[in-house]
Write a protein that binds this ligand. Structure first.
Ligand code: NAP
Length: 242
């Protein structure tokens, strides 16, 4: 079996206006993707800047505003990507929110939103995309918090764990033509991690004593996309946090 290469592929990355998604979009372009679809919900200017950098790296780039938690928006986006970019080969479900809160202070809307974005959002995009994919790869970005829960993120941990279970099941259904796997980062240096509050936990709990850089996660994602034996797998990148 030959390596699956990103070269010449159409790659859709959700939540690619900043952070990890932005790094994945740029790394896909550097590895020779023919086109990168950059999804975002509100950061149009940031998404436009990512598109500029993707084009500088030699790939076509189009930005797509869509809330992935809405089936109609996700489907319309995916169908436009396939039509405008000539198909879809690789989907990275990366869009996410954190919203730390003690469970005692939560209301149903808090956990519903968490599942809508992470679980239903990934399902929406994947379900729409497989109608355009005879072969390809679906990557779901989970979190080590799926396996190593923390206070004030029980809704997030639950949604990220559901994402792992769904990915493993989907990998079985879609094999061997479409591979599906999850990547579970620890702390990554993005707006999301900084919004958690004090950063003292990094030195106290992470053996490498720092957050990952977004490119370090992007490299793992794309190395795994290019590895034809990875499906149903759960890949952690946590600097020892797990
Ligand atoms: P980030 O910097 O906050 O970026 C989140 C991205 O998701 C933004 O582009 C945002 O777009 C987009 N987004 C949020 N909700 C969306 C929705 N409903 N529809 C479409 N796009 C949406 O976060 P990040 O740290 O890069 O996180 C990326 C992924 O990695 C998330 O799934 C997160 O849970 C996971 N993760 C992060 C860490 C970490 O430490 N940073 C660790 C483990 C896992 P707009 O700004 O345009 O709304």
């Amino acid at each position: 079996m030959e390596a699956y290469t990103i070269k010449g592929r159409v790659v859709l990355v959700t939540g690619a206006s900043r952070g990890i998604g932005r790094a994945i979009a740029l790394e896909a372009a550097r590895r020779g993707a023919s086109a990168v679809a950059i999804n975002y919900r509100s950061g149009a200017t940031e998404a436009g800047e990512v598109a500029r950098l993707v084009e500088e790296a030699g790939a076509r780039a189009l930005t797509y505003r869509a809330d992935v938690s809405s089936w109609s928006q996700a489907k319309a986006m995916v169908d436009s990507v396939a039509r405008e970019l000539g198909g879809i080969d690789v989907v990275v479900n990366n869009a996410g929110i954190l919203r730390p809160k003690p469970f005692r202070e939560m209301e149903p809307g808090d956990w519903e939103e968490m599942f809508r974005v992470h679980v239903f959002g990934s399902m929406n995009v994947a379900r729409a995309a497989i109608d355009h994919m005879e072969t390809g790869v679906i990557v779901n970005i989970s979190s080590v918090l799926a396996l190593r829960p923390e206070e004030e993120a029980s809704h997030y941990s639950a949604a990220k764990a559901a994402l792992v279970a769904w990915s493993m099941a989907l990998a079985r259904e879609l094999a061997p033509s479409i591979r599906v796997f999850t990547v579970l980062p620890g702390g990554v240096d993005t707006r999301m991690a900084r919004a958690w509050g004090s950063m003292d936990w990094v030195e106290e709990q992470v053996p490498l004593a720092r957050l990952a850089k977004p490119w370090e996660v992007a490299k793992l994602v794309l190395d795994a996309v290019e590895n034809p034996y990875i499906t149903g797998d759960i890949l952690t990148i946590s600097g020892g946090l797990l």
